[in-house]
Design a protein around this ligand. Sequence first.
Ligand SMILES: [Ca+2]
Ligand SMILES: [Ca+2]
Length: 90
Amino acid sequence: MNKRTLITVAIAALISLPLALNAADEPKKKGGGFAAMDTDKDGKVSKKEFVAAQKDAAKGESRFAQLDKNNDGFLSQEEFAAGQKKKKEN
Ligand SMILES: [Ca+2]
Ligand SMILES: [Ca+2]
């Protein structure tokens, strides 16, 4: 590697650094209510997480039971989306 190559590599690194920083600064994807409720970010909303996001805990629990179609104690993104859809139709 000659001196000129070294300088070129150094300049390239200097130029790409701010680009890399910008990429990290990209706005986060809006996941809607589901992502906001999934506070431990495991990709599903537990009953605890769901109820915590509701104003009325009792209503939250009955709503959770309605949405949790396979009764595994968690809302998948699909179960949540199905519930949102239903809400709009009503
Ligand atoms: Ca979760
Ligand atoms: Ca479920």
